[in-house]
Design a protein around this ligand. Structure first.
Ligand SMILES: C[S@@+](CC[C@H](N)C(=O)[O-])C[C@H]1O[C@@H](n2cnc3c(N)ncnc32)[C@H](O)[C@@H]1O
Length: 261
């Protein structure tokens, strides 16, 4: 049975974090009003810094109530003070707008997917290239391809194969596409949610996502991938699904997990 939209939205930690700050606001107003009624400002002036601390403390408490991880609670606590400090720099409002748009274009749906951008690096690329079957051309996908480093590298190493990068966030996708064009690569970059892409079209699906995405990735792979095809996950295991191989990648010590269907 599918959950109602409000329930699914509340499952996203970023939505709960936002609700914690919003919920803390009226509580802060009430607390400051009660302090003023008790005559506290006469003895101890309630500064903006003090209000920010009260707001942060309420937000951290609500974050705890919403079962957010400890580092979210820490962010909730210091966020209002951070906003106050940022105001102190007296930067033009446009700077905040530009930063907001930039982060939006880079991180896009991270609040929902819980998979931000971070590159896998050379050790992962070497390990992936090392496990690809060498006896036939392959259709390979990197689901969540970021800036396209791994896709371009695999396309260079395997000119017999088709390598696709699937990326949801607009700016990383655009950069990867540009890199592909400038380097004359045969790799393809699709701007899409990998949830909408049929894994059955691929012999090898590579993922470098996050623990939050792994159960869903497995359900999709299990229902769509063909017999003989391979699912690879760098660093993140799938709970309860024993991999067929675990490859310790050179120098980074991170593991490449392999499941053969
Ligand atoms: C950890 S990065 C990995 C980048 C690249 N695969 C690599 O190995 O360097 C994960 C990427 O997945 C993207 N992503 C997250 N959820 C996605 C989804 N549902 N569909 C497509 N891309 C997604 C993020 O935007 C991010 O760029």
């Amino acid at each position: 049975m599918t959950q109602p939209a409000s329930r699914r939205a509340f499952a996203a930690p970023s939505v709960r974090a936002l609700l914690a700050q919003a919920g803390a606001f009226p509580l802060t107003l009430i607390a400051v009003w009660l302090l003023a009624r008790a005559g506290v400002p006469a003895r101890l002036p309630i500064s903006w810094e003090c209000v920010a601390l009260i707001q942060g403390a309420f937000a951290a408490l609500l974050a705890w109530g919403f079962r957010l991880a400890i580092w979210w609670r820490a962010i909730e606590l210091v966020f209002p003070t951070g906003v106050l400090l940022a105001r102190g720099f007296e930067l033009p409002p446009g700077v905040f707008l530009v930063l907001f748009v930039l982060f939006l274009l880079i991180y896009w749906s991270t609040f929902r997917t819980q998979v931000p951008y971070y590159p896998s690096g050379r050790a992962a690329r070497d390990a992936v290239a090392g496990v690809l079957p060498a006896d036939r051309p392959l259709a390979i996908a990197d689901v969540g391809s970021g800036l396209g480093g791994l896709v371009l590298d695999l396309a260079r190493r395997r000119p017999d194969s088709q390598v696709d990068g699937i990326e949801l966030a607009p700016l990383p996708w655009f950069v990867s596409r540009l890199r592909g064009k400038l380097s004359g690569s045969r790799a393809r970059f699709l701007r899409a949610d990998y949830e909408t892409v049929n894994f059955g079209h691929y012999d090898v699906v590579f993922a470098y996502l996050s623990p939050a995405a792994m159960a869903g990735l497995w359900r999709k792979a299990e229902s769509e991938m063909r017999p003989g095809s391979i699912l690879l996950s760098y660093e993140f295991d799938i709970p309860g699904r024993m991999p067929d191989r675990r490859i310790v990648t050179t120098n980074s010590k991170k593991i490449l997990f392999l499941w053969q269907f």
